[in-house]
Design a protein around this ligand. Sequence first.
Ligand code: UTP
Length: 296
Amino acid sequence: MKVPQSTPKPIRKAVFPVAGLGTRFLPATKAIPKEMLPVIDRPLIQYAVDEAREAGIDQLIFVTGRGKTAIVEHFDTAYELEHTMSGRGKNLEVLDPTRIQPGNLVTVRQQVPMGLGHAIWCARAVVGDEPFAIFLPDEMMVGTPGCMKQMVDAYNEVGGNLISVLEVPESEVSSYGVIAPGAKVSEQLTEVRGLVEKPKREDAPSNLIISGRYILQPEVMRTLEGQSAGAGGEIQLTDAMAKMIGTQPFHAVKFAGRRFDCGSKTGFVEATLSLALERDDLADEVRAVMTRLLAQ
Ligand code: UTP
């Protein structure tokens, strides 16, 4: 496997595909994008953007669709709100995470949700000829440092393409993209020999599933170009990445941290409870509530 001799090109751009329909959360997501559902007091998209910034990435590309304007508004200046709050002597610091350097947020449109691979391809003109990160905001990655920071550190060692992976019980592999692991570079870093989307349990090459963070080289856009639909009738990112293996370095980073699948209702509730139990301002009260409910 080719490993870069010099420092690889920095990762400056992040793509957030947010054009999906969010059908598993209907009717909540009929008028509100799934990515705006709050875990405690921040919408899912905010957690993903915070993680990108921690990793030194500040050019944000949102792939949006119909009914998704709230996501962009969230990162805009709410002039009337700020004016009113200031007038009442309220602290505006709570809005700081929503502030973006002018010009650093770009949206592109995916008119029809034809799958994750298609959504990424919609960002091709803005990504240009640079490596870039991808965040699926409904997968919440909680760790210190954050998942993307761990990946960027690994990228600075090996370059090429990286995906974040997690171990799951074998009975669950058929719901995910799964990697065929190659040689181990370190405890956290493994070469990737192949990728399969939603394999049958008996055909799965491992129990390491792709979680929602990627660092990819721009050539993936050419691979996505003209790619036909795969599993579920959607244009799959996993299929495009699988085609790149062997032509470029491809590694998996085992994320040291926790993943919450906030695209599912149970995962969403778990994320909410888990984060509440870690917050100084909430932990005691929430623990008391949980104890009371469990005793019923
Ligand atoms: P999901 O499949 O988890 O989201 O896609 P979904 O389709 O919105 O949700 P359900 O299954 O109907 O409940 C993962 C991410 O990819 C985006 C979604 O917005 C989500 O952030 N996505 C998915 C797109 O942007 N375009 C697509 O065509 C599909």
